[in-house]
Ligand binder design. Structure first.
Ligand code: UD1
Length: 416
């Protein structure tokens, strides 16, 4: 298992480009099952989670070819409707295969997914939406058996705008007779990307990006070619890295509107930002001022996935920053690693108070989850001395060769 060795304290200077969005490409890869044909997907990032999704597609019976950042999936012969536990537990988003398989193969036998390092992650909203659309679902000891009954569109009201439940409902509804409306749908950019992909294969889906998504199911689908949007959380992580280390950094291939809540904070703490097309350049002072208040919310609110890197930044800001985590109940696991480096953080329930310190000190720390691992990395880059970050496999789930990107910005990070 890899470790990242970081010699901290270097200012950053350079340019980095953001890869395709993990949270877009995973549901899109699952959705390739639905057209029983060929889907060519561009801008696929090289991530552990993408490898896990490709393994599932191959297991189901799809032919998958990877050429650089293009993945081609031929789902004509997809027939194996049982995904084994060891594949499901590799990543939480494997649950999206449930809706895609139900739509494309009329059956899905899966297990409750893995990747639950952020606290309780129930899938009750997914299951009740799929049942309402006509799926027969039987749960037994972590196994979930879904079979398509008479699949008919209808209004689905989500009690919470869950990203995964919205995606599963969209995928299933594409195969339902008639009209489905998803009310209180998640509004994340990745939902819009999934809609655009489904439309590109002939499905009739509209409204993504707003709270009501409308799907007219049962349309004839065809082969497609599609390009995934850039990863807004990677972009946010690079901006936080620039702000905590200081210096001048350009982040390319960003859709600036997707990270407005992040850039407005970076701007408010004294960094100067310039946005031109898909490029964001940031010039950062020696020590930015504190962040005041960050509350994570469903999009367009501040993204929970950017909370850990932003907290790493807050540890060195001048003053006290306050975080309220409203999406996941176990999303402060990076705090103990940051504290070992000398950060002053107090957590009470879902609130964290971060009192900025002048200096962090490098030390051995363990990545406990994907974004928490990225937070430890950028803190280590800004710390005095050497850090060793173990369990890098968590970081590799969502950042392609992160050490190369950070080295391109002038950081000293090696993988051993
Ligand atoms: C997705 C993202 C993840 C991001 C999260 C919130 C992917 C692959 N992952 O995760 O990176 O952090 O959105 O933006 O896209 N909930 C229920 N019941 C359900 C479903 C969810 O109670 O059936 C709760 C969850 O426990 C959590 C909240 O709803 O507290 C948000 O979860 P959700 O939006 O579903 O996140 P994911 O789709 O799992």
């Amino acid at each position: 298992m890899s470790t990242l060795i970081v010699n901290g304290g270097r200012k950053l200077d350079g340019r980095v480009s953001v890869h395709g969005s993990k949270n877009s490409v995973l549901p899109i890869l699952a959705a390739t099952i639905i057209n029983s044909g060929t889907s060519v997907i561009h801008n696929c990032p090289k991530l552990r989670d993408v490898d896990a999704a490709i393994d599932i597609l191959k297991y189901i019976g799809c032919r998958v070819f990877v050429d650089g950042d293009t993945v081609t999936v031929d789902s004509k012969n997809a027939a194996n409707f049982e995904i084994p536990y060891n594949m499901m537990r590799e990543m939480r988003s494997s649950v999206i295969f449930m809706g895609a398989m139900l739509a494309g193969m009329r059956k899905a036998h899966v297990f409750t997914p893995g990747g639950c390092e952020l606290g309780a992650r129930p899938i009750d909203l997914h299951l009740s939406a799929l049942r309402a659309l006509g799926a027969h679902i039987h749960e037994e000891g972590g196994k979930i058996k879904c079979e398509a009954g008479r699949m008919r569109g209808r209004d689905i009201v989500l009690a919470f705008p869950s990203v995964g439940a919205t995606e599963n409902t969209m995928l299933t509804a594409v195969a339902c007779e008639g009209k489905t409306r998803i009310i209180n749908a998640a509004r994340e950019p990745e939902i819009e990307d999934l809609q655009n992909f489904l439309v590109s294969m002939g499905a009739e889906v509209s409204g993504a990006g707003s709270s009501t998504i409308v799907i007219y199911g049962g349309k004839k689908l065809h082969d497609t070619e599609y390009e995934v949007i850039p990863d807004r959380i990677c972009a946010a992580t690079f901006l936080c890295a620039a702000a905590i280390c200081g210096g001048n950094v350009s982040v390319g291939n960003v859709i600036p509107e997707h990270i407005e809540t992040v850039t407005s904070i970076i701007d408010s703490i004294g960094c100067s930002l310039s946005i031109k097309g898909r490029d964001i350049t940031v010039r950062c002072p020696e020590r930015p001022s504190a962040i005041r208040l960050v509350r994570t919310m469903p999009y367009p609110g501040f993204p929970t996935d950017a909370q850990p890197p932003l907290m790493a930044l807050a540890t060195k800001c001048n003053g006290t920053s306050m975080f309220v985590e409203n999406i996941f109940d176990g999303r402060y696991r990076h705090v103990s690693g940051l504290s070992r480096m000398g950060a002053d953080i107090k957590v009470e329930g879902n609130v964290a108070m971060v009192c900025g310190v002048k200096t962090l000190f490098g030390c051995p720390v363990e990545a406990t989850d994907l974004r928490g691992g990225a937070a430890l990395l950028i803190a280590a880059m800004a710390a005095e001395g050497k850090s060793e970050i173990s369990k890098v496999c968590h970081i590799d789930r969502g950042y392609a060769a992160i050490e190369k990107s950070m080295c391109a910005l002038g950081a000293d990070v090696k993988r051993v």
